[in-house]
Design a protein around this ligand. Structure first.
Ligand code: E4P
Length: 216
């Protein structure tokens, strides 16, 4: 499974990239609003840090507007993927952008049939939001399972990005299902690396080493 980071914060992206396991970045208008600079400056800077897909969201709601914005976003850097919300106009825009070779990530997916429609329209990625479903007492991972099964049934090449991840168990579940990608907040990436038994083990080894280090 590939790891994307779900943030527009350059320091977090640099830190995660320095570990060497970062495959891409997803942003959204909320994440961009928390940072300084114009959206274009932020997208450019992200593309200079990470050599992989960087999702940048179109704001227009009509398909012509989305296509225009999509072309502008795609011109920023070859790694930009245009994020399009899952609506009827969104599907039209995805179809048009795909015909021009522009990659899209259809976002705010909450049902398997939305994912199938997006894939059929030519989306490169779909983003089911697991955390937001869990928040309303609906199992988000069941949606991922259904999408994976449907895409496998028809050998669809659209990749599944498990999004709206809240904790490391979401990442474990995504990997058990065989999802292509998990897009993970920085805090959760840090949590994933930690285990109390690892910390205790390191402390004990270092303490024991002190007993032997002065031996001649
Ligand atoms: C995905 O691309 C979205 O940016 C993100 O995962 C949304 O997560 P949230 O539900 O924590 O806002």
């Amino acid at each position: 499974m590939k790891f994307f980071i779900d943030t527009a914060n350059l320091e977090q992206i640099k830190e995660a990239a320095s570990v060497g396991i970062l495959d891409g970045v997803t942003t959204n208008p909320t994440l961009i609003s928390r940072e300084q600079g114009t959206p274009k400056e932020i997208y450019k800077a992200i593309c200079e840090i990470v050599d992989g897909p960087v999702s940048a969201e179109a704001i227009a709601l009509d398909w012509e507007g989305m296509v225009k914005e999509g072309r502008e976003l795609a011109a920023i850097h070859p790694n930009i993927v245009v994020k399009i919300p899952m609506t009827k106009d969104g599907l039209k825009a995805v179809k048009m952008l795909a015909s021009e070779g522009i990659k899209t990530n259809v976002t705010l997916i909450f049902s398997p049939i939305q994912a199938l429609l997006a894939a059929r329209a030519g989306a490169s990625f779909v983003s089911p939001f697991v955390g937001r479903l869990d928040d309303i007492a609906t199992p988000g991972m069941e949606l991922v399972q259904q999408i994976q099964q449907i895409f496998a049934n028809y050998q669809l090449e659209t990749e599944v990005i498990v999004a709206s991840i809240r904790h490391p168990m979401h990442v474990v579940d995504a990997a058990m299902i065989g999802a292509d990608i998990a897009t993970i907040p920085f805090k959760v990436i840090e949590q994933m690396m930690k285990h109390p038994l690892t910390d205790i083990g390191i402390t004990n080894f270092l303490n024991d080493w002190k007993k032997v280090e002065n031996r001649k």
